[in-house]
Design a protein around this ligand. Structure first.
Ligand SMILES: *[C@@H]1O[C@H](CO)[C@@H](O)[C@H](O)[C@H]1NC(C)=O
Ligand SMILES: *[C@@H]1O[C@H](CO)[C@@H](O)[C@H](O)[C@H]1NC(C)=O
Ligand SMILES: *[C@@H]1O[C@H](CO)[C@@H](O)[C@H](O)[C@H]1NC(C)=O
Length: 572
């Protein structure tokens, strides 16, 4: 059994429109303080969506600031990256550096609204005014040298400014909240702040609860203690979990041992239960070990190319039982008595250090990609078939004409994903047996005699003058129960370029015309197939349609590790 119907069913449920937001926290700069640019944010957002075992659910990003790092009030490039990758946004306005800095946040927020319009505002799920500002001015925060914060009156003023700035704009009506530690919310001196919010964002890390029993066995209870106290203080306002996580490496804090095995336990207990209970969750974090390893490190992925390195622990969420792939030293010792946790010993610059870094993709974008091996040459299939026409109307399509090889690709075409590549930013299945129905599962690619899938790629401006290669990867056969690739009947695929790129609402009857670009007669496990090579149309969105060829019946979740599905590599 490789991919159970239970998994498919729950994946479908989780990807419905009402599912809670699941995302990571994204800092504005790298560890060396150099700013993250659009390509860096895009790389991170795409990597999050392609995490093995998560069914593409991690599609949201929490930001800490609206301002591009090292500028006065230029809009942060994460906004354009979110638009390009269809990533939803929990915006952050930095509120701990005084009024002048906050004014710059407001300036950038307004600039983003007028520059990007609804392409931006439709992605926004919330706006957080501040981050842990109230924690920083407490005796604990001051003792930990947490840096300047903001008092309740300052925050009230900033919240009012934010509401005024979005009034009458595309962001009007978006929930305005604040992020802080649970200790800030149970402190009655901060009640007026809660009263001014639409949602309450809580950061909770059992690892840092050093004055109480804080072993991994107590972590779930400790987390929920903090969460429930926040829910009580919120007096009916929604509580979002804006940061939580368990370190994969670093020093022991009281009883808390940092390890990937313990991070898996925390994920299974806390993250999976929050997902199941439909709580908005922004995990800390996707990857924090770039240009050095922070200590502690909370990254799901280790140092290295974010798209290539594998998660350090299993990210699947079993419905009830533990997955067989759980590290065998998982001991979820539960039910020990837990005292109310308090924040202590939280290192002063922890956030400043930790909010930073991911892969420096400007390097990989400017370098050439010559990583193909000789094995991949032999996997080349058919390409370039400009003469085959494929019906695109509501007429029932049986199987497209069987293409014949016309061309063998030049030897320097990169097939694998070790160099620069693009993943699709939108995947839309269409059903010819229900031509007017929006199939509506953007994560599950489906190919059969009636189902086809549309893929949109955003071609970066940097690809100007280069060659874009459409490649289709089939992962090796796997015994893992969460294997997200399910072939019912083997066969091939037929790919054509859409006259008009797809939208989320495209159906078999509205898809419009397309012209064939290539095909693969038989998809082989563990192989990468070249579909086509053509000059990159840099700066545009290009849509493709994949149809089953022959008897193919296939469903899969697109991911990069192992490479699975349709990608675009680039060569000079
Ligand atoms: C309670 O909140 C007020 C206002 O934010 C702050 O000045 C005070 O230090 C807090 N008390 C504790 C014990 O954290
Ligand atoms: C975690 O704590 C919550 C709240 O007390 C509880 O409902 C849940 O069963 C706990 N999960 C585990 C795995 O212990
Ligand atoms: C990122 O890569 C570019 C291009 O190689 C390089 O110039 C720049 O210094 C790198 N930035 C960091 C933070 O390493």
């Amino acid at each position: 059994m490789r991919f159970t119907s239970t998994v498919l069913a729950s994946a479908a449920i989780l990807s419905t429109a009402n599912a809670a937001h699941k995302g990571f926290n994204y800092g504005a700069f790298f560890l060396d303080q150099s700013p993250k640019h659009r390509v860096d944010f895009e790389y991170e957002f795409n990597a999050a969506k392609q995490l093995a075992g998560t069914n593409g659910q991690w599609t949201s990003a929490r930001l800490y600031t609206m301002v591009q790092w090292q500028t006065t009030n230029t809009v942060i490039e994460a906004i354009q990256a979110a638009i390009n990758t269809k990533t939803t946004l929990l915006l952050g306005l930095w509120a701990s550096s005084g009024t002048a800095t906050f004014n710059n946040e407001i300036t950038a927020l307004k600039a983003a609204i007028s520059k990007y319009g609804t392409a931006f505002t439709d992605l926004v799920v919330g706006i957080s005014v501040g981050s842990e500002d109230l924690y920083r001015i407490t005796p604990t925060g001051i003792a930990n040298k947490a840096g300047p914060g903001a008092n309740p009156n300052e925050l009230l003023n900033y919240i009012a400014q934010t509401r005024a700035a979005i009034k009458g704009t595309g962001l009007a009506g978006k929930p305005v909240g604040h992020v802080d530690t649970w200790t800030a919310y149970v402190n009655a001196s901060n009640n007026a702040v809660i009263a001014a919010l639409d949602f309450v964002g809580v950061d909770a890390y059992p690892y840092w609860e050093t004055t109480t029993a804080n072993s991994i066995g107590n972590a779930n209870a400790s987390f929920y203690d903090a969460y429930k106290k926040t829910v009580a203080a919120a007096k009916g306002k929604p509580v979002w979990v804006t940061e939580t996580g368990w370190p994969v490496s670093g020093p022991k804090q009281n009883q808390a041992v940092a390890s990937a095995a313990n991070a898996r336990i925390f994920w299974e207990d806390v993250s999976c239960s929050l997902i199941k209970n439909n709580v908005n969750l922004f995990y800390y974090t996707l990857q924090d070990a770039q240009f050095g390893t922070p200590s502690p490190s909370f990254g799901i992925k280790p140092a290295g190319d974010l798209m290539q390195v594998k998660p350090l622990f299993d990210l699947s969420c079993p419905a009830s039982s533990k997955p067989p792939c759980c590290p065998c030293n998982c001991i979820t010792s539960k039910g020990q008595s837990v005292h109310p946790p308090v924040w202590a010993e939280r290192p002063s610059d922890w956030h400043a250090r930790a909010n930073g870094y991911a892969k420096n993709t400007s390097a990989s974008l400017s370098s050439s990609t010559e990583s193909r091996t000789s094995t991949q040459t032999s996997t080349l299939s058919i390409s370039h078939m400009p003469t085959i026409s494929l019906p695109t109307t509501t007429a029932v399509i049986t199987t497209p004409p069987n293409p014949t090889p016309t061309d063998i690709s030049p030897p320097n075409v990169p097939i694998d994903l070790s160099g620069t590549f693009q993943a699709p930013n939108l995947m839309v299945p269409i059903d010819r047996s229900n031509p007017n129905t929006v199939v509506g599962n953007p994560y599950l690619v489906q190919l059969s005699s009636t189902l086809s899938t549309l893929f949109n790629f955003d071609i970066p401006l940097e690809y100007q003058g280069k060659t874009c290669n459409l490649v289709f990867h089939v992962p090796p056969e796997s015994q893992e129960w969460w294997q997200p690739w399910h072939t019912t009947t083997p066969g091939g695929i037929f790919v054509s370029q859409l006259d008009i790129p797809a939208t989320k609402l495209t159906t078999a009857s509205s898809v419009g015309g397309s012209k064939p670009v290539g095909a693969v007669n038989l998809l082989a496990p563990g192989e990468g197939h070249l579909i086509s090579s053509a000059p990159c149309t840099a700066g545009t969105t290009v849509g493709y349609r994949a149809d089953a060829l022959g008897p193919l019946d296939l469903q899969y979740f697109q991911m990069t590790t192992p490479a699975s599905g349709l990608f675009m590599t680039v060569s000079d």
